[in-house]
Every structure is written in structure tokens, then in C-alpha cells.
Design a binder for this molecule. Structure first.
Ligand code: ADP
Length: 309
């Protein structure tokens, strides 16, 4: 047992596959009772790191604790303290909502099964679907049931692998409300996501790229640390005879993204960017200076560290 104020506290954790470090000297401290989001391109080691933290595999080097237990010696204890929600639904489609909960409650040897299940169904608003076959539930309700099942032994840490993937926006919103409510009652949540709107809701973010931890912190800390500024240009204000693609030729613009009717030009030297933009488009364009988004920060970090996706 390691006494610790953090739900996850790891130092230089490394895992090799085929002589390659797919998780490379990763150190993180995650306070208790928050939602922490792990992001990164596919193949970056997110699942491997998650499996190490859940006690499912051991790291080849480094040390640390999860839920107060040692990553190497305490894997059995860690497993008992975690509620894991996999990306692919692992529910029994031909069992009802109640039967799925009851089955898992039996596996965990829940002392007061009926009461526990009834409370969980209330908490996750599943009571009215109690007798529905799981197969007929929508993606959002299946996800809710998966979270309720992961929560059956009241774990201090809930680990979710891309909880928003394949789910409609309203259901995603509802699931996030649930997760936030759980943290209000002291549960810690660790999840992976590819959605920037979800990332913005996390109290702490970790960005992992091909095994390397590129940044960690709150959204504001990550944006401030990047030193980036963004110019948001209205597409319609760019004169028709001058193509938008000219922006790509402007040296100090480090990241260029289009969102709807706007183009976002991001770089560290805003005066230089504006001078060059005015040089091409004269004073004809309409623009505003905006806070840089996480997406631009992460792209910038990948390029700065010469990591190609
Ligand atoms: P992510 O979850 O970010 O997509 P993964 O952790 O699944 O990344 O994978 C990281 C790298 O490790 C990939 O190159 C993947 O092929 C490799 N990898 C993952 N698991 C194994 C395994 N059991 N054996 C060999 N290579 C693996």
C-alpha cells in the first residue's frame, strides 16, 4: 500500500513491445476526485498505459501507484479498486438491464445485491429500462449501463476507454453529466478521448504521442505554456481574387485550420503573422484575435517535437 494524495502517481513508467518503448518514461500525478483525460494519436500507447494503470500488465521499468497500490506488487488490489468501461460494449445483449447488473453483482459477491442494483439503476436513471433486453437499448443507454456495471463495487477510480465514441451528442452530454456528478461525490475518473469538447471538460489532460508524454495540465495551463496566439479570419472577407491557400505560405503561421466559415491561423509571433497577412490581403480582411484551442496546441507540440502522425 502506498499512502498517497494522488489516485495515480507514476514515475518513468516504460513498456516495451518488440524492443520499442511504446510507453516511454511517463511520469504523471493525478489528484483524487477529478476527471483526467488522456489524448493522443492512435498507436501512441494510451491503451497500454491504461492497462498498466489497471494492473492488467506490468511496466518493464519505472514505478508508481494506482488507487494506493503498487503498480508491480499490488496489481490484484488495483483491479479490485477500479471500475473499467471498455470501448467495445461487453454487456450480455440477451440479458435484461437488471439481469446484466445482477450477473456482475454476483461475480463481485455483492452483499446486498438487490439494494445495490436498485440504487445503481436509480443513480444512472436506468430503472424504467429494468426489464428491457440490453440488445434493444440505444448506444447512449448501453454506455450508461456499462458505467453502472463498472460502478457495482463502488470503486474509487473509474477508467473509461473512449466513452463518447459512437454515441449521439445528447447521450454524450448526459454521460458527461453523470461522470461530473460522480467526481462531485469523490470518484476519480480517468478516460481516453479523441473529442476536443470532451477534453475541455477534463480538469486535467495528458497528451501522449507515440509513447512520449508531450504535455500535461489543465486546458489553460497547456494553452498558456504553448505561447501560441490565434488569428481568426472570416473566410468571406478574403478577396475573391486572392486564394485562401496563400495563408499557407505565411512563414510565422505554424498551424492553419479551417472551422466552418473561419480560418484559424496560429503561431507564437502574432505581430509577425499579422504583418504578413496584411502584406498579402492588405487591410481588407476581417479578423479577431482568439485564445488558441487545444487542437492547435497538440498539433504544434507534435511538430515541435518532430513527431509525424
Ligand atoms: P493507442 O491506445 O494509443 O492506440 P496502444 O497502446 O494500443 O496505442 O499501442 C501502442 C503501440 O504498442 C502500437 O504500436 C501497438 O501496435 C503496440 N502494441 C500494443 N499492444 C501490443 C502487444 N500486446 N504486443 C505487441 N505490440 C503491442
Amino acid at each position: 500500500m502506498c499512502a498517497n494524495q494522488y489516485i495515480i502517481d507514476i514515475e518513468n513508467v516504460t513498456k516495451y513491445y518488440n524492443h520499442k518503448a511504446v510507453v516511454d518514461k511517463v511520469s504523471i500525478k493525478i489528484p483524487k476526485g477529478i476527471i483526467c483525460g488522456l489524448l493522443g494519436p492512435n498507436g501512441s500507447g494510451k491503451t497500454t498505459l491504461m492497462r498498466i494503470l489497471c494492473g492488467l500488465i506490468k511496466p518493464d521499468a519505472g514505478s508508481g501507484c494506482c488507487c494506493g497500490y503498487d503498480l508491480i506488487k499490488g496489481t490484484k488490489d488495483i483491479k479490485g479498486k477500479i471500475g473499467y468501461v471498455p470501448q467495445k460494449f461487453s454487456l450480455f445483449a440477451q440479458l435484461t438491464v437488471y439481469e446484466n447488473l445482477d450477473f456482475i453483482a454476483k461475480i463481485y459477491g455483492c452483499a446486498n445485491r438487490e439494494k445495490t442494483i436498485s440504487e445503481l439503476m436509480e443513480k444512472f436513471h436506468l430503472t424504467k429500462y429494468k426489464d428491457y433486453l440490453t440488445a434493444v437499448l440505444s448506444g447512449g443507454w448501453k454506455q450508461r449501463l456499462a458505467i453502472a456495471i463498472a460502478f457495482i463495487h463502488n470503486p474509487p477510480l473509474l477508467v473509461l476507454d473512449e466513452p463518447g465514441t459512437g454515441i449521439d451528442p445528447q447521450s454524450r452530454y448526459n454521460i458527461w453529466q453523470h461522470l461530473e456528478e460522480l467526481t462531485n461525490h469523490g470518484t476519480s475518473v480517468f478516460l481516453t478521448t479523441h473529442y476536443f469538447d470532451e477534453a475541455e471538460k477534463c480538469s486535467m489532460l495528458i497528451y501522449l504521442a507515440y509513447g512520449t508524454l508531450l504535455t500535461t495540465g489543465t486546458k489553460n495551463e497547456i494553452v498558456e505554456r504553448s505561447d501560441l496566439k490565434t488569428i481568426c479570419i472570416k473566410k468571406k472577407s478574403i478577396p475573391e481574387y486572392l486564394p485562401k491557400t496563400l495563408l499557407q505560405t505565411i512563414g510565422p503561421i505554424e498551424v492553419l485550420l479551417e472551422r466552418g466559415d473561419e480560418i484559424y491561423a496560429t503561431g507564437t509571433n502574432i505581430d509577425h503573422m499579422l504583418k504578413e497577412i496584411h502584406g498579402i490581403y492588405a487591410n481588407k480582411i476581417e479578423y479577431t484575435i482568439e485564445q488558441t484551442q487545444l487542437e492547435e496546441c497538440f498539433i504544434h507540440l507534435l511538430e515541435k517535437n518532430n513527431i509525424k502522425t
